[in-house]
Design a protein around this ligand. Structure first.
Ligand code: SF4
Length: 154
């Protein structure tokens, strides 16, 4: 990973601290976002992936790119085409995890009252913590909607 300013994300997703440990910081950033066509691109991608192969934060990088939907460049050793199936899988898992959280509203509210974090609750339910967070925001919005409804009904 190069300096964050050189590796701008495609959707302005936040840049994480692990990036400062990326091997690509010591490498030509153009390798990771090659322009042009044909053999030059293939060579650049090959070299970029080689750098990723020695990177201590490769798994974090790939996970970040998939979860934030990076659509350009090499991240975590994979180019944009290679990340498409992972992205699809992530979206499916996210939808499934969210649905599971919605079904577990009572348990989630109990665990939050006990002081558990979304991460701990996610582990208990076997879903990503972000699914718990989204469901929690939905529950809160629902509660606020109910409260507003109660006020309006008075
Ligand atoms: S895995 Fe590759 S793109 Fe990601 S930080 Fe490491 S060297 Fe950079």
């Amino acid at each position: 990973m190069t300096a964050p300013s050189r590796r701008a994300s495609t959707d302005a997703a936040p840049l994480d601290t692990w990036m400062k440990y990326g091997r690509c910081r010591e490498t030509d950033p153009d390798l990771f976002f090659p322009e042009g066509r044909g053999g030059a691109i293939t060579n650049a991608l090959k070299q970029a992936k080689k750098v990723c192969g020695t990177c201590p934060v490769r798994a974090l990088c790939l996970d970040w790119a998939v979860t934030t939907g990076q659509t350009a460049g090499v991240w975590g050793g994979l180019d944009e085409d290679e990340r498409i199936p992972l992205r699809r899988e992530h979206i499916e898992q996210r939808a499934t995890g969210y649905a599971r959280c919605i079904d577990a509203q009572e348990l989630i509210e109990r665990r939050v009252a006990e002081g558990r974090s979304h991460r701990q609750i996610g582990e208990e339910l076997g879903v990503c913590h972000s699914a718990v967070g989204r469901a929690w925001r939905f529950f809160e919005a629902e509660r606020q909607g109910q409260a507003a409804g109660e006020v309006l009904a008075v």
